[in-house]
Design a binder for this molecule. Structure first.
Ligand SMILES: Nc1ncnc2c1ncn2[C@@H]1O[C@H](COP(=O)(O)OP(=O)(O)OP(=O)(O)O)[C@@H](O)[C@H]1O
Ligand SMILES: [Mg+2]
Length: 303
């Protein structure tokens, strides 16, 4: 459970001097520069940072979906260059196949070559069917098992994508803002579910979120990325009680950690509330409205 970092345990994911540049029309974008990060087996690490600081890029490279420009990633001591069945990713955008039902979408990854093993496929069929049923149930999707994605709400679609990632019980879960589109209540249920699964199945989790509270509540370690170029700014160990409960978010320790992480995100991203700029926006609006009013005859409705 969060709160205890198993430092005695071997590294699971090793990210070394990793950089990524994208060539774009407007010139090259240095999405990541010199990232060094080790994630240990059964560790739950959250990545936070301002929009555009390279969180998704880093996750995609660990997933083997993108190649780094320099440096690299090792998984279980071996270099990563392509996706593999020991890793599953939940993407930031919904990624369901519109022509497949909920059930078929969840089952889909089992059909991928990278996930298919003829020796275990038969033995695991029963286990897989049972697990799928349980996952749909826990995700509140059983009643929609035969529906198509366009018949689901955004939150339901994302829950299907999460069930799909969990189906094959991956060693490593890469989650890119998986709960960003969910309402507050569903989000809390998903937090419980994630922590429960983490406790039961002990995957290694790399979890991207914009929500600092979510990061602290779920993870054992929070890593702050800074933008332009994307790089590691700071790391925070979450030393909170093992048992998570929503009331924990009200504890002084939780609030202090949240404040420290937020402060680092603000400072490293250079994002501040520019009150002078806001006043100019407001003044511009007022000025424009005053001009319209001046040129509008009395009692005439504006379109
Ligand atoms: N395929 C691409 N081609 C060109 N530039 C890209 C590409 N993918 C990402 N970038 C750029 O790399 C930088 C990092 O993008 P990335 O999507 O990883 O950020 P992020 O931290 O996930 O942002 P957000 O929090 O908004 O999801 C951005 O400047 C983005 O414009
Ligand atoms: Mg992203």
């Amino acid at each position: 459970m969060p709160g205890e970092v198993p430092w005695g345990i071997a590294p699971k994911i090793e990210i070394e001097r990793l950089s990524k540049r994208f060539a774009s029309g407007a010139g090259a974008v240095e999405a990541l520069r010199g990232i060094d990060l080790v994630i240990r087996e059964n560790e739950f690490v959250a990545l936070v940072g301002a929009s555009g600081c390279g969180k998704s890029t880093l996750l995609r490279i660990v997933a083997g979906l993108d190649a780094p420009s320099e440096g690299g990633v090792r998984l279980n001591g071996l270099p990563v260059s392509v996706p593999g069945k020991e890793r599953a990713m939940v993407f930031q955008e919904y990624t369901l196949f519109p022509w497949l039902t909920v059930k078929e979408n969840v089952r889909f990854s089992r059909g991928l070559k990278a996930h298919f093993n003829i020796h275990d496929s038969l033995a695991q069929t029963g286990w897989m069917v049972e697990r799928m049923r349980a996952l749909l149930d826990v995700m509140g999707l059983s009643h929609a098992a035969d529906a198509y994605p366009n018949q689901l709400s955004g939150g339901m679609r994302q829950r299907v994508a999460i069930a799909r990632a969990l189906l094959s019980r991956p060693e490593v879960l890469l989650m890119d803002e998986p709960f960003g589109a969910l309402d507050a209540q569903t989000r809390e249920v998903m937090h419980d579910l994630t922590l429960h699964l983490f406790q039961l199945e002990r995957p290694t989790i790399l979890f991207v979120t914009h929500d600092v509270e979510e990061a602290i509540y779920l993870a054992q370690r929070v890593v702050v990325l800074a933008p332009r170029p994307g790089r590691i700014d700071s790391e925070f160990r979450v030393n909170l009680p093992r048992e998570r409960h929503p009331d924990l978010k009200l504890s002084p320790e939780f609030i202090a950690l949240k404040r420290d992480v937020l402060q680092r995100i603000r400072a490293s991203s250079g994002m501040t509330t520019d009150r002078a700029a806001l006043r100019r926006v407001a003044a511009g609006g007022e000025g424009a409205r005053a001009k319209v009013n001046a040129s509008t005859p009395p009692n005439r409705k504006l379109p």
